[in-house]
Design a protein around this ligand. Structure first.
Ligand SMILES: [Zn+2]
Length: 172
């Protein structure tokens, strides 16, 4: 059974190596990772990288529209100049949030779980999720990006009367 590795575990700092062969064991792992990600509802799990379950090859699962997809050996081919600040959290960094500036448009290539090579432009939420997960595959956490960009960290403090999430700035 897989479980999510939490910071500051050193397994989150591994630089992954490429998957050489997509075998049935890997396909099962990817299925299990999708199942595990779906168990996180609040906040919702939208992606999970191999390093977050203690593995060392290059792959992740991510929500793409309504469906989860498996992404193996991803590479960013190009990043658009336009950036946006995304309010990010991570299943491996519980109850910490921060704004991270990322490209709104990227072009990526990867293999799906059937071994098919895919090259695709992404924008908006999927582009953001891919950049966060590819960072994981290089041992980088969103909190590193917040620090690097001199951004602010927040913690979730509950919901207000209208049911809106309330966040409070924290210093780390
Ligand atoms: Zn993450």
């Amino acid at each position: 059974m897989l479980s999510v590795v939490k910071a500051p575990d050193s397994r989150l700092r591994v630089k992954t190596r490429p998957v050489k062969k997509i075998n049935p064991a890997l396909k099962n792992t990817l299925k299990d990772m999708i199942k595990l990600t779906k168990t996180f509802k609040d906040p919702e799990g939208v992606g999970l990288a191999s390093t977050q379950v203690g593995l060392t090859e290059s792959f992740f699962v991510a929500k793409n529209g309504q469906k989860f997809i498996s992404v193996i050996n991803p590479k960013v081919i190009s990043s658009g100049k336009r950036t946006k600040k995304y309010f990010e959290g991570c299943l491996s960094v519980p109850n910490m949030w921060g704004e991270v500036k990322r490209s709104t448009n990227i072009k990526v290539s990867y293999q799906d779980s059937g071994g098919k090579s895919i090259t695709v432009p992404l924008k908006g939420i999927p582009a953001w999720i891919f950049q966060h997960e590819i960072d994981h595959l290089n041992g980088i956490l969103f909190s590193d990006r917040v620090l690097e960009q001199k951004g602010k960290f927040y913690k979730f403090t509950g919901k207000d009367k209208t049911g809106t999430d309330v966040f409070q700035e924290i210093t780390i």
